[in-house]
Write a protein that binds this ligand. Sequence first.
Ligand SMILES: [Zn+2]
Ligand SMILES: [Zn+2]
Ligand SMILES: [Zn+2]
Length: 1235
Amino acid sequence: MTSASGFFFVRQRRKMAAAQSDRDPSVLSSEFLNFSARDTASRWLAAADLQQEVYRHLAMYVPRILCLGPSGGSSREEQREEQREDLACQLLLLAPLEWLLLGEEPATGLVLLQENNQPSPLCGHVFKVGEPTYSCRECAADPTCVLCMKCFLGSVHKEHRYRMTTSGGGGFCDCGDAEAWKRGPYCQNHTPTASRDTEEDPVSVLPADMVTRASSIFSILLKFSVDMLTWNQEDQLPAGLEPPDRGDTYYCMLFNDEVHTYEQVIYTLQKAVNCSQKEAVSFATTVDRDGRKSVRYGDFQFCDQAKSVIVRNTSRQSKPLRVQVMHSSVVAHQCFALRALSWLGQIIQYSDGLRRILCEVGLQKGPEGEYSSLVDKLMLNDSKMWKGARNIYHQLLMNSLLMDLKYKKLFAIQFAKSYERLQCDYVIDDHDREFSVTDLSVQMFTVPSLARMLMVEQNLMTTIIRTFVDHLRHRDLQGRFQFERYTAQQAFKFGRVQSLIGDLKYVLISQPSEWSDQLRLKFLEGLDAFLELLKCMQGMDPVVRQVGQHIEMEPEWEAAFTLQMKLTHIISMIQEWCSTDEHVLIEAYRKCLSALSHCHNGLPDGEQPISLSVAGHCVETFRYQVSQDKVSIHLPVCRLLAGLHVLLSRTEVAFRFPEQLPLVSYPSPPLLIELPLRCLVLCAQVHAGMWRRNGFSLINQIYYYHNVKCRVEMFDKDIIMLQAGASMMDPNHFLMIVLSRFELFHIFSSADCRKRYREANKDVVQQNNTLIEEMLHLVIMVIGERYVSGVGQVEPFDEVRREIIHQLSIRPMAHSELVKALPENGNKETGLERVIDSVASFKKPGVTGRGLYELRPDWNKHFNLYFHHYSRADQSKAEEAQRKLRRQNGEDTACPPPPPSLCHLFGSLVNLLQCDVLLAVEGAVLQWAVEPSGGGWTESMLQRVLHLVGLALLEEEQQLESSRDDDVTFNYTCKITRPGEAPSTSGSVLALLESLQNAPHLEVHKDMITWILKMVANIKTMRERTSSTFTVSVSHRRGPEETVRDKDKAERKRKAEMARLRREKIMAQMSEMQKHFINENKELFQQSLEELEASTSAAAAKNSPPSSDSTCVSQVCVGPRRVGGAEPASCVTTLCSCTPTCRWASTPPADTMHATCRVRQSVARWESLSATGYADPVTPGALSFDTDFSAYHRCPRSFGLLSQDSERAFRAGLNTGPRRRSASRVRETQESGYF
Ligand SMILES: [Zn+2]
Ligand SMILES: [Zn+2]
Ligand SMILES: [Zn+2]
């Protein structure tokens, strides 16, 4: 209903009612009939003190019109009574006000007003409970932006993907708010007409005298209403309102609370006021709806009697129902106050000018200064008012302040200033949030410009978080939240205070497109407060393994998880904010790191330092056992740091401000991984059945830890933290610590320990078997989980796609099932729609009645059995389905899919695959598998080891395919030919695999082992091929059937890959860890050198014409696989000693000219070769990159830093096209060295 028809509707109703009441003369005395609103208004206008006059009028008439006796009884009577009141109110109280305001017949005046009205661009329709609301999933700024049905049907969004919900009441239609919609903010009805400049003050179009009159009348009426609604005396009225003749007439007023049940209230009322059950039900219903209801009318004593019965009857178990005996005049004035507010709300709909005047009046500061405006008074007394009063003034706020763009801002500031106080009132109050003024936060905080302004000017983010933390005072000795001993009241408060997290979410829901220094400052201040909150959560609800007896009482765990779950989106949003500004990101990282150091304070204290050694490596750690010491699943500080670490990796800050990255300082990488590792070990031990006596509470926690609702900021981040830690550590040390925390170290560190265990308790053997499986799975995840943008070189799109592929690998699924399996972001989106059609085909519903998505066959090869989000059940279902599928298609059983390339901050993770400790573990398991199991080892264990071997081979193959042989630092095939080191006295991993290939008890694994051995052979051939002479590679040239397009594609990929690997290699070699690795592998280096020499000289002997160039040790040209068979004979190439595989060509000292000339020749040759189609073309840029280095006598990397000249050339070389960024990456990392 539009405002105009609303008004006329009221008018019409008045006429009808007047006609009706004529038949009932007792209702209106003759005095009332002779009343002239016009004359009254003129008298007021002439008065010296308008307020005094109006109050005198109200004092005289209000008690005579409203609340004239008992209410209740039959509903017909009540209706008539209501009509009578309406009519009298309009004629005697509101009409004079209208005359005064408009200065003429109200009907005419209002029409005139409306002609000059500039309708608000906002629809502002206030939703009733249960009314449908619509939100566009494509265009809404956030899910709180909704449209009413009328606006939705008239908008562009009805053609988009939309979401329909039903309103819980309160809140209004966002049609017309340009900030709420990315596009299509206006429906047909609310498209702005360019009749008046929106910047213009709407008050200026009103006649000046009307402005004056409106100001004073609004001010008087609003003050009256505020005074009356916040009035707390039962028998007195404010000065000037005392009734001329005061009778002994009272009401017994019953107020709503959320403590007592309907039944209790009904029962009590029947006793107290001696009414029928039906009447009692009616009273109770009204109390619940409006917040209060008079249940008895009469003299004071009569009412007071009822009151004492009610109080007595309801005070037994809880605090009694609130009852007041109020003088009828007080109740009457309160009723009129509500009508006055509604009237104000109606009047301002005719004119934006009047609306602004009312806003001004409402926010005008009183004589007491801050917090003294009428609106402040209402808000600060909100929790003391009854529901009906709150509803009416909230609605007025929405129709006035929230519809005026200028005043919305001013109101938001006042709201933010009182925020803490309002929230405290709300937490203590027991009414639902929709009846609290705090619920208006959504109207302001979700407007990005307002939220930003409040954050900068009122420090809103910090205020919200501090207020929240302040409410959770119950802490343990370390200052962590302790929910264990919560009383019912504290639990209730905890439930209410969670709405603050909702407010925080509103503030953070849209990230800033632009940062000011002030915003940075305030956001980081907010982050400090947030870290304080996370610190209170870090380590909460610790558990200790129960041995012997079963736990007696299930410990409380839900509160902590509720908190974690509620904060999940906030944590993600804070990371999103950080990702949009490098300065903020670095500062946030620093702050988070220091918070973590604080949490780690004293972590290794009291723990015995121990030294572990295995496979020729040694690491210092301390004694700690998950199975004996305290461990907690709640580690939000670690996990936020992991999230920020990934962002650093993604946004290239690491390349430009490496000196600002405090990565190497305390906490050291082993400390970074410590707590997440403990948590993962806890899960493994629970799986192994070691925590059975701890009951369901722990099982539930582990469940939620992995659950789609929590895992993004729990399990996923723990894996990332392990990846980050591992990429900063010696891979051997990392694995030793992992083994030690899994309590498996002894099994792999001494040969006979395993034997001894096999003879030990069967349960222990089984436990250890599961732990070994879990440990291997963890290693697979740490190495292989790269589908997070920043860990691997993937986009968020790839991440979602991979989730879907793995869900559909279990079985075909319905849309809703898929949505449930994917994590939602703060906007309730999963990203499913963008991806689904590319990987799945939809099968229309059959008999079962629902359509299913089925994975397209070409995506099957991306299936990874060790996908980290699979539960054990999912895993075995998926394995079964895949096995069946591959058998049908006659394919190999699942071999690992090649993972995406790692981002360079995580680049050294691949070294885990070929480190000595992992090789020792692999060797041990393979050795066990030689004999049929008999419980000593398991199929899953072997399968995991084979998967790891496969991953390593894929890595090596990928590196060989995509770069020069001499760029490949990864040489797993070589390492597995070495015999096992002590304590394993077995043969090499390769030899073991060969012997297992035909073992009859390993039939299931035969395919996999065969695939592995084939890979090894392939890689060997590749290595031989690439290290032999040019002539040899010619023989492997491509067949003519390969199209140029294929070649180009492969070439582009190869070039990108080459640049990446080169960068990675330089990075890796810069690091301390890498040096260590090299030292360890001196032997290997020597070995590969010998191999290389042998192969090249053999090839040279075979392919080159016998000539005088026997001095040529190895001929290296530029570009991958460009081995210089046609090099000038005198060119001597030596090998650089900086790394085992680095083979930078150098020429005799005085021969730089020669180098250049050689390059020129190479370029010429490349050109001619690429023309013939069998050489890999390389961009001239990449050539010069190589060239400049070749002029050095030593590899420039062995100097630690590139010289300026080479650096320039280096950049020049890469400074073409898409590789420009990479160039600066490499350059910057040269200067860092924080690895
Ligand atoms: Zn609307
Ligand atoms: Zn609209
Ligand atoms: Zn839309």
